[in-house]
Design a protein around this ligand. Sequence first.
Ligand SMILES: Nc1ncnc2c1ncn2[C@@H]1O[C@H](COP(=O)(O)OP(=O)(O)OP(=O)(O)O)[C@@H](O)[C@H]1O
Ligand SMILES: [Mg+2]
Length: 272
Amino acid sequence: MRRERDVRAGREAREPPAPGRPDPIHIRVVDLYKSYDGNQVLRGVNLELERGRINIVIGGSGAGKTVLLRQLIGLEKPDSGHVLIDGVDIVPMNDVELNQVRRKFGMVFQGSALFDSMSVYDNVAFPLREHTRLSEREIRQRVLERLEDLNLKGAEDKMPGELSGGMRKRVGVARALMLEPQILIYDEPTTGLDPVLARSVDDLIVEMRERFGVTSVVISHDMATVFRVGHRISMLYKGVIVASGTPQELSASDDEVVVKFLRSSGVHPSAL
Ligand SMILES: Nc1ncnc2c1ncn2[C@@H]1O[C@H](COP(=O)(O)OP(=O)(O)OP(=O)(O)O)[C@@H](O)[C@H]1O
Ligand SMILES: [Mg+2]
């Protein structure tokens, strides 16, 4: 069996957090297993996601990245294991408790998951209308501001079906940011975007983190994103995390799976 391997040389044991200080590990995944009809997708995932940092999970198509995300935000129950958010295990929680926890998260779903019958404006306004008591005037101001941030000015009256894939993605990002969550999760935010748009989404991930101090979790197989914005990268392979470290540490890794993945991506960190 492949053991999880930390590619950071000489990694020191972590001190427990000082009293009154939040744990630098915002989300801790411990020995997580998940299977569907005998198909074991997660086989003992151990993962630490750092508070206020940009954490990236990489892995090939079908590796289980989206399945892992669904366990992180409590959308599904794992077969066994723990997901500790701010030190509290969400696995045994009931729906009412999980709903509270989910408010900590903003999600940018793979494929955007917009409401097709609502305009761009209404999609982005939706979280504010559902979860705040802001007036329509305040909502309008925030929505238009965010649309402008994301180069979507003038698109507010369009329906999702009229948008390009790149625009849909940006509307999804805008919507996830509206409630200023503590943790922002992006499932393959740049897939399908041209390099210029991909870079603007990367910049946005960085900006949101800088502006709000959010913990960011980015699922990606876009190596340009990984090296441009990632603080800590973890690689999921065959249901376990096989390596984790900074982008530099990962690119210096001699783990054959990591080397193969980076090589096949065709991106070298020095080119960015
Ligand atoms: N609800 C489900 N029921 C049954 N099998 C599932 C379900 N969700 C995911 N799987 C299976 O789990 C495996 C991992 O899927 P997942 O969507 O997590 O991959 P991924 O790493 O996100 O891939 P991609 O990069 O293509 O999005 C696949 O074999 C998939 O068929
Ligand atoms: Mg996926």
